[in-house]
Design a protein around this ligand. Structure first.
Ligand SMILES: [Zn+2]
Ligand SMILES: [Zn+2]
Length: 292
């Protein structure tokens, strides 16, 4: 169609006055690009908490564990989206970092690519991270002897062997999650109590002990208090390793006995390995006997 005298409707960039067909956010491509700051050192001011005790990095209210790089990349991405809209594509690559321990600061070098209104923009630069010294959740809990679960390792009608307890203890430590810890261990006449930081962790440990050493476990929970509007429970995990089996050797008061017959609820019939004498151990007595 002929446009009577005019070539075409032309538009002008209000900033530089250049004639253009394409406007991005009402500016020409050059002016639009010039306005955008992907890495704005002044505006960022990223703060990360550092635990004075374990040296771990944390951020936010929930004190989530993080790394310096992760915290920076995350903040940069959020800030760009906040400023230029969440529909723009942002890619942040971390190129390196430098920690100035005495100044409680770090510099992180970044390369940021973003796409806005169909225009690709890339910027490289440095962002400063300021450390705030604090004690992390985990460390303050450890210091306060915090626990949510007790794994109580016992055996049916007998005392667990040192070997069984060593295996159980090793399992407990190997099954701790990143935030978990053992706050206390109590060696008792009848077995071992392991105090752990979370219920899930206690359950996991109990399940694996039973898996490895046999027997079963049960749970009982007690209301301990309230935190942030929810009930806090402490759970006891009662692990019962299997009792004596026929043919096993047991030790009691310097005597070594061979188990001949297990009479459930009553006791065990044994033979003294030194004298050949038959001995009957009542249920009460078997509790003092150790498997060898
Ligand atoms: Zn312009
Ligand atoms: Zn810590």
């Amino acid at each position: 169609m002929k446009e009577r005298g005019r070539e075409k409707w032309s538009r002008f960039c209000p900033k530089c006055g250049k004639k253009t067909d394409e406007l991005f956010d009402s500016l020409c491509k050059e002016c639009f690009t010039k306005e955008i700051r992907l890495i704005d050192v002044e505006k960022f001011g990223i703060r990360v908490c550092v635990c004075e005790n374990c040296g771990g990095y944390f951020k936010g209210k929930g004190k989530e564990r993080t790394s310096i790089e992760e915290a920076v990349v995350d903040s940069v991405r959020k800030e760009i989206r906040k400023r230029y809209g969440c529909e723009c594509k942002v890619e942040v690559a971390e190129l390196g970092k430098e920690i100035k321990a005495d100044e409680n600061k770090a510099s992180v070098f970044l390369d940021v690519k973003a796409e806005m209104e169909g225009v690709k923009i890339e910027e490289s630069g440095e962002i400063e991270v300021i450390f705030k010294k604090e004690t992390c959740d985990r460390c303050s809990k450890i210091a306060g002897g915090y626990y949510e679960g007790i794994v109580q390792i016992r055996a049916e009608d007998r005392i667990p062997t040192d070997e069984e307890l060593a295996i159980a203890e090793e399992l407990a430590y190997s099954l701790l999650g990143e935030a978990d810890f053992v706050s206390e261990e109590r060696m008792l006449k009848e077995g071992l109590d392991i105090y752990v930081s979370s219920m899930e962790c206690g359950r996991r440990i109990s399940r694996w002990i039973v898996n490895k050493l046999g027997g079963s476990f049960s749970e009982s929970r007690k209301l301990y208090g309230r935190k942030d509007g929810r009930n806090i429970y402490r759970v006891s995990f009662s692990v019962r390793l299997p009792g004596f089996e026929e043919g096993a050797l047991v030790e009691i008061e310097d005597k070594v006995l061979s188990v001949e017959k297990v009479i459930k609820g009553k006791g065990i019939e044994c033979v003294d390995m030194n004298t050949g004498q038959r001995v009957f151990l009542k249920k009460k007595e078997t509790k003092k006997a150790k498997r060898v």
